[in-house]
Design a protein around this ligand. Structure first.
Ligand code: PEP
Length: 252
């Protein structure tokens, strides 16, 4: 019922030339895989060049962040309208944005609203920090983040959620498939309290955090998990292709 989705977050990696070379390496292989939505999220400055390489393919483009205002005196920022010309997706509230750039629940909420307003599909990232995990506060933190990120938002069509335990991002310490499935099930049940059945059933919820070609199957095979948000491993064309292929095989 839900089309699985695998998104690659390239973070602050690749020059424009490197981004083009990377997507060239992935393009044919990714395009051959159907029944999975495939998204690459290069840095802002490479979006236009990558868009050119993937035109006429089934690969979708995403940005890694945006500001919530449409235009104006916000030096250095990129607006939803600007992105909507280039991309279909935008990652919002990534833990690195929360940690290094002070993004609060309120800011994330404004960004999600602004993205939905222009038809961009937000990939909303939520997840607990290590201290919360160790103190058994995962459910509480994830539920609070969900509520603050989505406050006042009535229509969630297009929304994608990525559950990313902060302690698993870029650390090589992925959680287990069962644990991720349990939290993602909780997220879906919480969403069902806030939104109607149809919206909740069609909502895609991804796992993210040290997903590689070796461990991706463990996550993808879980019934609640609809795909993956992949950081480090998405910079390796062969690994990213392998993750997408495994997703197609398991969920397709
Ligand atoms: C991410 O950037 O969202 C991420 C999950 O990174 P990594 O796969 O490197 O842990």
């Amino acid at each position: 019922m839900r089309v699985p989705l695998v998104a690659g977050n390239w973070k602050m990696n690749t020059t424009v030339n490197e981004a083009v070379a990377l997507v060239y390496k992935m393009r044919l292989g990714l395009d051959e895989i159907d029944k999975v939505e495939k998204v690459v999220c290069p840095p802002f400055i490479s979006l236009a060049a990558v868009k050119e390489v993937i035109k006429d393919s089934s690969i979708r483009l995403g940005a890694q962040n945006m500001y919530f205002e449409s235009s104006g005196a916000y030096t250095g920022e990129i607006s939803p309208i600007m992105l909507a010309e280039l991309c279909q997706f935008v990652i919002i509230g990534h833990s690195e944005r929360r940690q290094y750039f002070g993004e609060t629940g309120e800011i994330v909420n404004r960004k999600v609203r602004a993205a939905l307003k222009v038809g961009l599909k937000p990939i909303l990232c939520i997840g607990e920090r290590l201290d919360d995990y160790e103190a058994g506060r995962t459910e509480k933190v994830v539920t609070e983040q969900l509520e603050s990120s989505l406050a006042g938002i009535g229509d969630i069509s297009g929304l994608v959620i990525a559950y990313e335990p902060v302690w698993a991002i870029g650390t090589g310490k992925a959680t287990t498939g069962e644990q991720a499935n349990e939290i993602i099930g909780l997220i879906r049940r919480n969403m069902a309290k806030l939104y109607d059945k149809e919206a909740t059933q069609s909502l895609r919820i991804l796992y993210g955090g040290s997903v590689t070609a070796v461990n991706s199957g463990e996550f993808i095979k879980q019934p609640e998990i609809d795909g993956a948000l992949v950081g480090g491993a998405s910079l390796d064309a062969d690994q990213f292709l392998s993750i997408v292929r495994q997703t197609a095989k398991i969920k397709g």
